[in-house]
Ligand binder design. Structure first.
Ligand code: HEM
Length: 163
């Protein structure tokens, strides 16, 4: 269900970007309207992440992407995914599992630390988010490289445990 609504929001978002108009419905008039400053503002408003309160219409997906809540759902899907992937990695190994495990654990850890930094540190060190993004990109690239050009994370964890 969450995936369906995510896909629906993505397709709505891409249609919106194409026409630079807030999408109120699948009305054909949206396609013919010219690009104006107010429609650009409406587009920015549509994508702007905010914490609410949301109207019942917005909660049903009208006029706002509700990016923050979509992000919240994706975070939970990733965390739940790890509950299956971690034990599965004990039995099924290979490059697909290496990349799956890396992506899920890394995304979860990335968002977890990102949340902690935003909650407690950004107030005192405003640039810490940028530093975190940079470190995270370098770290993820390193893991992907390790998966492609070395034994991969599953085998590496196994080798660590057998020491
Ligand atoms: C199956 C394993 C795991 C599950 C189900 C899980 C689930 C969760 C959940 C539900 C939260 C709370 C999110 C929130 O309140 O916003 C969380 C937070 C967090 N997790 Fe995990 N997690 C798992 C493994 C891991 C691993 C392996 C790491 C390390 C890379 C990690 C790092 C974090 C961090 C840094 C936070 C944020 C803590 C905070 O906000 O104080 N988790 N996790």
């Amino acid at each position: 269900m969450a995936t369906v609504s995510l896909l629906r929001n993505c397709s709505r978002g891409s249609r919106l970007l194409l026409h630079m108009q807030p999408l109120t419905s699948a009305s054909p008039s949206v396609v013919s309207k010219p690009f104006t400053a107010s429609s650009a503002l409406a587009t920015i408003e549509y994508f702007r992440a905010r914490r609410g309160p949301f109207t019942p219409e917005e909660k049903r997906g009208k006029g706002h992407l509700i990016t923050a809540s979509t992000h919240w759902k994706v975070e939970r899907i990733v965390a739940l995914g790890m509950v299956g992937i971690m034990p599965a990695a004990l039995f099924i190994q290979g490059s697909t599992m290496d990349h799956l495990l890396t992506t899920f654990v890394y995304l979860h850890g990335f968002w977890g630390i990102d949340g902690v930094l935003k909650d407690y540190l950004v107030k005192f060190v405003p640039w810490v988010g940028k530093l975190w993004y940079l470190l995270a990109i370098i770290g993820f690239a390193g893991l992907v490289n390790f998966n492609f050009n070395d034994v991969g994370v599953c085998k590496a964890i196994q080798m660590l445990w057998s020491l």
